[in-house]
Ligand binder design. Structure first.
Ligand code: DGL
Length: 273
């Protein structure tokens, strides 16, 4: 299949989390066009069986390629990337980039004491994808991985600060404090929206790492390597789809991403969008 430089990059997540990656993609490559699907009708992915999440990921990625001519797929969801990246890479005719390897590389770079943490959904942590990715970096670090069930729901409810989420964070992050980590990877694309709370609970001596920027760098490198980066004078267009309530997606999405999030259209499972 011939990939065109002007074609959009396809990005998906279970909901709003992938917008953290979209922000970094826009900032780094404003000339690239993007198509984003937030699968809010079926979120959260984090507590669903791996097979189910894999099926969703394949359906969303195939729709981005078939219906929107995506020249690359960015799996902006750790849960989906942890169980579906290999399947997508093997079955799609376009390059596929996930958030896990770029995040792991960034994590091992910033630690001073060699004790690092990763937080993610139950599905991501259970998949052990981060254990594998951190090991693959070859860095001599001790990784403590902790699931944070409930964090995603707070973000999707637009409750990114306050007593309730701080209490939950204090309880869930305790194992990382006990382990004495000096760097924590936000291994769920929703979590950067909770960064102020997580930073307060962990203390200022701990560096929080978001995979969004690292993923954007990996995307740029892959586009250039394949010679499919948009021309430098191209004007990036962005389209947003949600499988849930499109008005609710537009309202919260605009607050989280910024003014680039314009109109939101409906994406329906089992149909071409
Ligand atoms: N943003 C997602 C992730 O990175 C998914 C969260 C969810 O739907 O549970 O894992």
């Amino acid at each position: 299949m011939v990939l065109h430089r002007e074609s959009p990059i396809g990005v998906f997540d279970s909901g709003f989390g992938g917008l953290t990656v979209v922000r970094s993609l826009i900032d780094l490559m404003p000339n690239e066009s993007l198509v984003y699907i937030g699968d809010t009708a079926r979120y959260p992915y984090g507590n669903k069986p791996a097979d189910e999440v894999r099926d969703y990921a394949v359906e969303l990625a195939e729709s981005l390629v078939r219906d929107h001519g995506a020249k690359m797929i960015v799996v902006a969801c750790n849960t989906a990337a942890s169980v579906a990246l290999d399947v997508l890479a093997a079955s799609l005719s376009v390059p596929v980039i996930g958030v896990i390897e770029p995040g792991a590389r960034a994590l091992v770079r910033v630690t001073h004491n060699g004790k690092v943490g990763v937080i993610g959904t139950v599905g991501t942590i259970a998949s052990k994808a981060y254990d594998t990715a951190v090991e693959a970096t070859g860095a001599e670090v001790r990784l403590t991985a902790t699931a944070c069930p409930g964090f995603v729901e707070f973000v999707e409810r637009d409750q990114t600060d306050g007593e309730e989420v701080t209490l939950l964070a204090s309880r869930l992050l305790a194992p990382l404090q006990v382990a004495g980590v000096d760097a924590v990877l936000l291994g769920c694309t929703h979590y950067p929206y909770l960064a102020p709370v997580i930073q307060r609970v962990m203390g200022n001596g701990v560096v929080l790492v978001s995979s969004a920027n690292e993923t954007a760098f990996a995307v740029r490198e892959a586009l250039e390597h394949r010679d499919i980066a948009a021309p430098s004078d191209a004007v990036g267009r962005r389209r947003f789809f949600s499988s849930g309530d499109v008005d609710a997606f537009a309202a919260l999405g605009r607050r989280l991403l910024g003014p680039e999030l314009g109109e939101v259209s409906a994406w329906m499972s089992g149909a071409s969008s």
